[in-house]
Design a protein around this ligand. Structure first.
Ligand code: PXP
Length: 240
């Protein structure tokens, strides 16, 4: 079955709505692991709108599965990553005004800068994943940087409806196949929920899904462990 990595950013978003100390993303991460998550993901944004350094440093000590730090390829954040040493660093594009990560990283257009960031992080014993759109030229460029993992941006698939969604699914499946042929490990994420995950969960070349918002949204209503367990169950029962 594919692994589930749970993004706990939006637990911190609720905390920051009041600038207090609850709910704690560290507690949510522990509950997610108890419920079967095999990875914890956090995005330390340059504006620190949800996750803070404090969360990251504590998570580094408490996460027992795999800690994945989403980050911009910015000097300040690279230094923090090299100090914290997450298991995986996922390079993402970052704009201050966006509500969430809007598109994939333009690796092809920033090849030298990304390659340098990949090299520095890997020299610090951190595996690097690049969050990219499902486009062949971005996959080729990602491979050339030396990164071992890509995460395909599923946002367009998640937002599309009907025939458009079928087309976006096809695009994703072709991208998965191409990346796998190049020897890249393939993850997927963004906008995935308890309904649209099914066709992707069947794709055996996708080894992990990174899911945040839909799990935190369900957790508010049914509890964190149950929300995570229900997603793990879907992944477990999808034949691959
Ligand atoms: N993967 C990446 C690289 C992301 O930036 C995000 C959003 O933080 C996710 C996955 C999770 O997306 P969502 O919150 O829509 O599940």
């Amino acid at each position: 079955m594919a692994k589930l990595a749970v993004n706990v950013d939006h637990v911190a978003t609720v905390r920051e709505a009041r600038r207090v100390n609850e709910p704690d993303p560290v507690v949510a991460a522990a509950l997610a692991e108890l419920a079967g998550a095999e990875g914890i993901v956090v995005h330390l944004r340059e504006d620190r709108r949800h996750i803070k350094e404090r969360d990251l440093y504590i998570l580094r000590q408490t996460v027992k599965t795999s800690l994945n730090l989403e980050m911009a390829a910015a000097e300040e954040i690279i230094k923090i990553a090299l100090d914290v040493k997450p298991d995986i660093a996922t390079l993402v594009p970052e704009k201050r005004q966006e509500l969430t990560t809007e598109g994939g990283l333009d690796v092809a257009g920033m090849q030298d800068q990304i390659t340098e960031a990949v090299r520095r992080l890997q020299a610090g014993n951190i595996k690097v994943s690049l969050f990219i759109d499902p486009e062949p030229h971005q996959i080729t460029a990602a491979k050339e940087t030396g990164a071992e993992i890509i995460e395909l941006h599923t946002g367009r698939y998640a937002d599309a409806l009907g025939e458009d969604q079928k087309k976006e699914l096809e695009r994703l499946l072709e991208a998965v196949k191409y990346a796998h042929e190049l020897g890249l490990m393939v993850k997927a994420g963004h906008g995935l929920n308890y309904v649209n995950i099914y066709p992707l969960a069947k794709v055996k070349e996708i080894y992990e899904f990174s899911i945040g918002h839909s799990i935190v949204a369900r957790a508010v209503l049914v509890g964190f462990e149950r929300a995570v367990r229900e997603m793990v169950e879907i992944l477990r029962h999808c034949e691959r």
